[in-house]
Design a protein around this ligand. Structure first.
Ligand code: NDP
Length: 285
């Protein structure tokens, strides 16, 4: 049986450290503050927002919510982003996406100051992840994978890491983060010639494809550390990952569950980024 790598203990350990960091900032007169921007009332946004607010409360981060009706104009949302950029008391901004189709999402993301982009949605943030220079933060989900590996004592140096999925939200930035930890990284996608073989070669296998249970026995090898980023609904309406959990449980050394794995760590990473942004703004005073 594989070791079960739940996200909650990693999130709790990080939260404890962050609370100390937030208290120090408050002592120095800085109230770390996150702006949450939501257009409309999509249930998944509301659920993530509740989790983020709760996490921020635990850490000692103030949250300012900006909620726009879904029929708001592109200009209305742009105005909110400009307001957040200009407000020195706001250190980070979480913007829920996708935006309604009548809004130009790329232009909205581009308008956000990368120094406040705590979820890696601007080109500036991604450039920072790729170059190691400049303002910005990696997407929280990508970094949550590293937090879990770190929490459970995995040293990535020299390890063969295989990521399934090459999106800008997870796969690509995650590949850069793994590389930064000295792993040897392979990125797989729909055109990968022999996906099962690529996956079997991995010591650390991270699935972020968005296809329910696609990583099966064929893709797995004994001793692997398997992280499941996928969040999918199966035919019975259950929330499942990209990894066939039973197969991983039988073969791998460790596996993260869905729900309760990588997803459970993202709000802690978000809080960590807000505190980094607050510290950064303080050092620039
Ligand atoms: P995208 O749809 O943007 O990207 C999916 C990627 O997976 C693409 O690069 C695609 O390849 C690849 N892919 C899809 N099907 C296959 C396949 N059969 N074989 C190989 N590669 C495949 O998804 P995201 O990156 O946004 O999200 C991925 C998953 O992670 C989703 O389930 C999503 O819900 C979840 N997620 C979870 C979060 C969390 O907090 N835990 C946060 C964000 C996302 P190609 O480029 O060739 O099309």
């Amino acid at each position: 049986m594989a070791e079960l790598w739940k996200g909650a203990p990693a999130a709790a350990a990080l939260t404890e450290k962050l609370a100390v960091q937030a208290a120090a900032l408050r002592q120095a007169g800085v109230v770390p503050t996150l702006a949450i921007v939501r257009v409309g009332e999509r249930p998944e946004d509301l659920s993530y927002e509740r989790g983020a607010v709760k996490r921020c409360e635990k850490v000692g981060i103030q949250v300012k919510q900006f909620v726009l009706p879904k029929e708001s104009s592109h200009g209305d949302l742009l105005e909110v982003i400009h307001q957040i950029n200009a407000d020195r008391a706001i250190h980070g901004c979480l913007l829920f996406r996708p935006l309604p189709p009548h809004m130009d999402e790329e232009a909205i993301c581009a308008a956000l100051d990368p120094a406040k982009d705590v979820d890696g949605i601007t080109a500036g943030s991604l450039a920072a992840v790729f170059t190691g220079r400049g303002a910005g933060y990696p997407p929280c989900t990508a970094q949550a994978c590293l937090e879990i590996l770190d929490h459970y004592g995995c040293d990535l140096t020299g390890k063969r890491a295989v990521v399934v999925g090459r999106s800008l939200v997870v796969g690509k930035p995650l590949a850069m983060l793994l590389l930064g930890c000295n792993a040897t990284v392979t990125l797989c996608h729909t055109r990968t010639a022999d996906l099962p073989a690529e996956c079997r070669r991995a010591e650390v296998l991270i699935a972020a494809a968005g296809v329910a249970n696609m990583i099966g026995r064929d893709h797995l090898a004994p001793g692997q550390l398997v992280l499941d980023v996928g969040i999918n609904v199966d035919q019975e309406g259950n929330l499942v990952g990209d990894v066939d959990f039973a197969a991983a449980d039988e073969v791998a050394a460790a596996v993260t569950p869905v729900p309760g794995g990588v997803g459970a760590v993202t709000t802690s990473v978000l809080a960590a980024h807000v505190l980094q942004a607050a510290e950064q703004s303080q050092s620039q005073k």
